[in-house]
Design a protein around this ligand. Structure first.
Ligand code: BGC
Ligand code: IFM
Length: 815
């Protein structure tokens, strides 16, 4: 069952009924000012950091699930009938409804009793504000006496404090209303220099800034007293819950359309120009007012929207493909790339499943997010790499997360996830391959952001590798620390007395448990650092990294191979995890993926045996589950993984992030049908027709799909913020379609499903444009046999670099 359809032409997903199984959301903003918006206008906004600079309030896990947002109300003053054109929160019946989620904008169109409302929400490029453009049309043959009310609930900035510290916060709220603009200035009087504003393009018939005045006592957003009565109260908030609501009187003749612009924005005044007059408590509006005036003009809004669309057109132009499969095309060309930008911006911090409070930017997550994003805005990828590296510790270890506003490592979570540092090599490698910009390696970057500790970025990478080598365990495999990629495999948590609560070893960095996954990642990272060293002309050093990689591969085969697949780990007591010896958790997906990605066992056929084991034991019709059999009870020596009921999350859920590793591994093994089969299983567009089972948005990946051991097998959860986005983009574009950036050329190395007869693609790379045609006889699998570059044969499968600005014709024949 579907709840909408893809409009590929417009690059929109069109939701055709408001009661989707879950809120189906979108993101506004691309750089600094962001918002989440659902298909019924729910959501909230923030500036840079969803915890520290939250503009509007949102109550998570509400009932209904999604309540609170960018609401408008229309009121027919002749009948007193009022409704939400976004359906929520009044849930009044609509004669027509559609929500068009586009790239960084959302438009909700509806109609009731002959009144059509079209509301466009977007954040103009380069601005710290969001536009709501309402167009109302009277389709009746009689005039309609309409009033329009807007509504946002301000958050008192620090979202965690806002949701908990009521004894203080009920007394701090402050607003100003000047020339029709509502300014929310709570905390502005103290250290702060920022405020929010909410403006409207029309003369106001009234306004409200105190939530309880707007709603009325004991009433909710579904029937605000002000809207019901048709009269704003001009309330001024002193403490309690500052709110923003405008009232506009908009009588419409038959056929008449009116456009009303609302602006919600964030502003920071320079410290020395906070007040007007200086020393008063009144916000100085001199700087912000021209911005407001400009964006309240319909022409500015139209231009701003056009340039947002243009920007997206050009970002997506980095790679466009035309394959025999529409679901592949629309993911690669539109939605997967879009999700990669969102994960790059948000890491795992802010979605409908991540409150924006608990997490900052993840060290491993952000490095992986780069993989899917770096071709779009390399300058921002560069900045991100330097930011991440600056949070690295002198040991080479890493804070697991950092706060986006301050860019400082987060002490609550700390460090000791032993895979973290290696991802910095992988992320930097991706940047170098895409851009060739080796100057980044010479950038001076501090450790733990401490001035005076700077070294070139290159040394950060060296220390990352050394961090693993300094921490090898009893089998010479890397120590896992608090956890590796799998946050929930906490093998150094044990209790002397079974059944007693979690205890962590005193030495969190140490412990004794070892990870085969980190070993595989180490091989991958050591080889990549060798490539980077070669690129710098450091041949000897490169050779030593290759030796490290070989040695670790040997250790994996010696202690990490279980006979038919790679083991997962050794626990604190030296017992294998992910082995036929175990009763539960016999085989895990992660080491099968990561060891093969590192190239382990590819030459002698062991890799293929591991891949076959995955197919036999882990693959299902909804994707590949994380491990089998699931843990049936809680086991303190395994940690959080066994806290999940079977089939969910890390306990045998289909943890989508890991699936593309298997797609890539299959492609590396030359098995295009297998790779593509796995790709289709979790491709959200290919799952659109089972939306009643999948339940999450059909245009983006979710972190997890319930595994076959779960009663809700096939149900997705935690959409949007997941490494699944970047890795699937890599799997399909670089390994299945095979267009892979190399250090000195563009590799064309497709591993296609046998039924395909090829595909065409356009790829921008280092300033040149490559027009690529791949041909293959149907029914055949194989690799590139002949490569023509501008008609001339080239040996191998790498297209040499062309000068910037050039257009290069590439033809590849697969045999
Ligand atoms: C979740 C993991 C997550 C971890 C973060 C766990 O509860 O299941 O998916 O990565 O928390 O610490
Ligand atoms: O690898 C982690 C990631 O960092 C956050 N989400 C869950 C993954 C698996 O535990």
């Amino acid at each position: 069952m579907r709840y909408g359809y893809f409009d590929d032409e417009e690059r929109e997903y069109v939701i055709t009924r408001p009661d989707t199984p879950l809120p189906w959301i979108n993101y506004l903003g691309t750089e600094a000012y962001f918002g989440i918006v659902s298909n019924t206008a729910g959501g909230f906004s923030f500036y840079r950091d969803a915890r520290l600079r939250r503009l509007t309030r949102y109550r998570y896990n509400n009932a209904p699930f999604d309540l609170g947002g960018r609401y408008l109300y229309l009121r027919d003053n002749d009948t007193g009938d009022y409704w939400s054109p976004s359906w929520q929160p009044t849930q009044s019946e609509l004669d027509a409804y559609e929500c068009r989620h586009g790239l960084s904008y959302t438009q909700i169109n509806s109609r009731r009793a002959g009144v059509e409302a079209r509301t466009l929400y977007f954040v103009p490029v380069g601005e710290t504000l969001e536009v709501w453009r309402l167009q109302v049309t009277n389709h009746r043959d009689t005039p309609v006496d309409l009033s329009v009310f807007s509504s946002v609930e301000f958050c008192l900035w620090e979202a965690q404090d806002d949701a908990t510290n009521f004894q203080r916060n009920f007394s701090t709220g402050q607003v100003e209303v000047v020339d029709g603009v509502i300014y929310h200035k709570t905390e502005y009087r103290e250290r702060r220099d920022h405020f929010a504003y909410f403006a409207c393009s029309e003369p106001l018939a009234g306004f409200d800034t105190q939530r309880e005045a707007f709603l009325g006592p004991y009433r909710g957003f579904d029937r605000p007293a002000v809207v019901a009565s048709g009269r704003s109260t001009d309330s001024i908030a002193h403490g309690w819950a500052p709110h923003g609501s405008h009232q506009v009187h908009a009588p419409l003749a038959p056929g008449e359309t009116r456009e009303i612009v609302f602006l919600l924005g964030y502003w920071e005044n320079p410290r020395d120009a906070k007040f007007d007059p200086p020393g008063s408590q009144t916000i100085n509006k001199a700087l912000v007012r021209p911005v407001i005036d400009r964006w309240l003009r319909p022409e500015t809004v139209a231009e701003g929207f056009a340039s947002l669309r243009e920007q997206w057109g050009s970002l997506l132009g980095g790679i466009q493909v035309d394959t025999p499969d529409r679901d592949t095309d629309r993911m690669v060309n539109i939605w997967n790339a879009y999700q990669c930008l969102v994960t790059f911006n948000m890491s795992r911090s802010t979605s409908f499943y991540e409150s924006g409070i608990g997490r900052g930017m993840g060290f491993r997550d952000s490095n992986q997010d780069l993989l899917g994003f770096v071709h779009m805005i390399p300058e921002r990828a560069r900045e991100r790499i330097l930011d991440i590296a600056a949070t690295q510790l002198p040991t080479g270890g890493a804070y697991h997360q950092y706060q986006p506003l301050t860019k400082r490592g987060n002490n609550d979570i700390g460090s000791g996830f032993n895979d973290d540092p290696l991802w910095l090599i992988v992320g930097t490698g991706a940047y170098l391959r895409e851009t060739g910009d080796s100057s980044i390696l010479d950038e001076q970057v501090p450790y733990d952001n401490l001035p005076g500790t700077e070294t070139p970025l290159y040394e950060h990478l060296q220390r990352s590798l050394k961090y693993t080598l300094d921490r090898l365990g009893p089998h010479s495999l890397p120590l896992i620390g608090r956890a590796d990629w799998n946050d929930c495999l906490n093998l150094n948590c044990f209790s002397e007395t079974p059944g007693e609560p979690f205890q962590t070893t005193e030495n969190r960095d140490g412990g004794a448990a070892e990870s085969v996954f980190i070993a595989g990642l180490f091989v991958l990272a050591a080889k990549e650092l060798a490539n980077i060293a070669d690129y710098r002309g450091l041949g000897e050093e490169a050779a030593s990294y290759r030796t490290n990689a070989e040695k670790m591969s040997g250790t994996i085969m010696e202690h990490g191979w279980d006979g038919s697949w790679f083991r997962r780990a050794y626990d604190f007591f030296g017992a294998p995890i992910g082995s036929g010896e175990n009763e539960e958790g016999q085989i895990f997906i992660e080491p099968q993926g990561m060891c093969v990605l590192g190239g382990v066992g590819l030459e002698d056929g062991t890799a293929v045996r591991a891949l076959n084991s995955v197919r036999e034991r882990l693959a299902t019709e909804h994707g590949i589950v994380l491990q089998q059999p699931p843990y049936s009870s809680y086991r303190v020596e395994l940690g959080e993984i066994s806290s999940y009921p079977p089939g969910y999350k890390e306990n045998a859920g289909i943890f989508c992030h890991t699936n593309p590793w298997l797609m890539i591994a299959e492609a590396m093994a030359g098995r295009g049908d297998e790779a593509y089969h796995y790709y289709r299983l979790i491709n959200p567009s290919a799952r659109e027709t089972i939306s009643e089972i999948h339940r999450c948005e059909p245009y983006v990946y979710a972190q997890m799909i319930a595994g076959r051991d779960a009663p809700t097998f096939g149900e997705a959860k935690n959409s949007w913020l997941t490494g699944t986005a970047a890795w699937n983009f890599v799997a399909i574009s670089q390994w299945i379609l095979g267009l892979r950036p190399g250090f000195d050329g563009l590799l064309v190395d497709p591993v296609l499903p046998s039924a395909w007869e090829g595909f065409t693609a356009t790829r921008r790379f280092r300033g040149a444009t490559y027009e690529i045609t791949v041909r293959k006889p149907a029914g055949v699998t194989g690799r590139v046999e002949q490569l023509l570059v501008d008609g001339a044969p080239v040996a191998g499968n790498q297209v040499p670099l062309a000068p910037a600005g050039a257009t290069v014709r590439v033809e590849a024949q697969i045999g």
